[in-house]
Design a protein around this ligand. Structure first.
Ligand code: FES
Ligand code: FE
Length: 451
């Protein structure tokens, strides 16, 4: 494939045979297309209630590469707007988070209220024409904002489906993480860092790849599980009993254990807390069957939840770089010492210096580095591990799933959704394509198996 020709993404992704070309992780043109077709269209997590609890509280985040202000309004609602001054394009607010009554651009002093409406222009009365209307120059609003169980999500696309429809069957699995406790959740720690790899490497991992953990993380797991009930499991190798799920818009996840089976005690603080009879009873009352579905989960494109309560969003930073924003969440009503123990558990596992995080980062960095090679770029990646036959809406498990924790099905589904997004000009077109692919994948697990 010559470098100076325009790439056609349909040549780079072969869903039926479980193959990807490495150029989807390196090519500038494809990345620009992603900003337009994926990031301008998908629902992205903006904030949790506990990050902006009071009126005037704000934080600055991103949808794709677009900086976005997320602000708690006087009436308790949340609004979001592009953090770009309508005068000459300066960042309106340069602070990451805080509390404000208004935002004044530090270049020429244009001021915006909490909703992003322009409220003051220096010299308007004496130096601007009478026809100048402040109302025409409000910050660009994020047109769709939706609230779901403590989290605020936003999309630039007016035609995007309702957020709960976008979640689809993933709602059941997401609830298993975020809707467990009567008092809700709160964030107690935040880390952000940059890694030199494409954002999709990380997205596919909580979506689909549980199998890497028995190799990549074996040293860390051996140390972490020493002396616990899970130590024997680590020695024997990971038992792949469990389930993987995937749903129409590229979401996916997996967890260990059979329904109702005892989860081995790993000695983690969250597990100890939930083992208390009154807490176990509360979770059973709230969730019923889906209380055991925790392992890892990704809501496309990059809203990730891992079972030890690192909840994160990764922001793309060009084809070769991504920025990870990771929060530690705890049950709000838990005793302070439990919250602190959970915070420490996450600190030693899934933060920039955490044992598992460092293992994962090494893989992604090396993969990106290898892709600099001309031969390596076109060698291709393989996704043909089928685990167990795909089932749709099986028993208590909505969506597609298979009764095996090790499988590439959810990754293939993620890239099928990605391909559909990249080749669709509207949500309507995307939804039509997704419906077709769902049927294709349902019958198609044999395709990968036979390849
Ligand atoms: Fe913001 Fe001029 S760029 S006031
Ligand atoms: Fe990992």
């Amino acid at each position: 494939m010559a470098d100076n020709t325009s790439l056609d993404i349909t040549d780079l992704i072969d869903i039926d045979n479980g193959r990807l070309n490495g150029r989807i992780f390196t090519d500038e043109e494809i990345y620009e297309q992603e900003l337009e077709k994926v990031w301008k269209r998908a629902w992205v997590m903006l904030a949790h209630d506990s990050m902006i609890p009071k009126k005037g509280d704000f934080l600055q985040t991103y949808i794709g590469e677009d900086p976005v202000m997320v602000v708690r309004q006087k009436d308790g609602s949340v609004r979001a707007f592009l953090n770009q001054c309508r005068h000459r394009g300066m960042r309106i607010c340069r602070v990451d988070k805080g509390t404000a009554k208004a935002f004044t651009c530090t270049f020429h002093g244009w001021a915006y209220d909490l909703a992003g409406d322009l409220i003051q222009v220096p010299r308007q009365d004496t130096a601007y024409p009478e026809t100048f209307e402040r109302g025409n120059f409000s910050a660009v609003k994020v047109p769709r904002i939706q609230y779901y169980k403590g989290f605020w999500f936003g999309t630039w696309d007016e035609d995007a489906p309702d957020f709960e429809d976008y979640l689809g069957s993933a709602k059941y699995y997401l609830d298993g993480y975020i809707d467990r406790w009567d008092g809700g959740m709160e964030q107690v720690a935040f880390h952000r860092w940059v890694l030199p790899n494409n954002w999709k490497f990380m997205a596919e991992q909580p979506t689909s790849d549980m199998q890497h953990s028995e190799i990549t993380h074996v040293s860390a797991a051996t140390v972490l599980n020493k002396g616990s009930d899970a130590a024997d499991r680590t020695k024997r190798g990971t038992n792949p009993v469990g389930r993987q799920f995937f749903s129409d818009y590229g979401h996916g996840g997996a967890w260990y254990g059979e329904k109702g089976a005892e989860v081995p005690n790993t000695g983690q603080a969250m597990q100890k807390y939930e083992a208390q009879p009154e807490i176990a009873e509360m979770i059973a009352r709230r969730l019923g069957d889906n209380r055991e579905v925790r392992g890892h989960l990704n809501i496309w494109p990059t809203f990730m939840v891992l079972g030890n309560y690192t909840i994160r969003v990764t922001h793309p930073r060009g084809p070769h770089e991504m920025e990870v924003w990771a929060w530690t969440f705890v049950p709000k009503d838990a005793p302070e010492e439990i919250k602190d123990s959970i915070r420490r558990d996450v600190l030693r596992t899934f933060t920039p210096g955490g044992m598992f995080e460092a293992d994962d980062a090494l893989n992604w960095e090396e993969m990106q580095h290898v892709l600099k090679g001309r031969v390596a770029r076109d060698t291709g990646y393989l996704y043909q591990m089928v685990g167990a036959p795909i089932q749709w809406d099986e028993g208590c498990y909505p969506g597609g799933s298979s009764a095996h924790v090790f499988s590439d099905n959810a990754a293939i589904n993620m890239y099928a959704n990605y391909l559909d997004m990249m080749t669709s000009d509207s949500w309507e077109e995307l939804m039509e394509k997704r419906a077709q692919h769902r049927l294709g994948l349902s019958a198609g697990d044999t395709v990968a198996a036979e390849a």
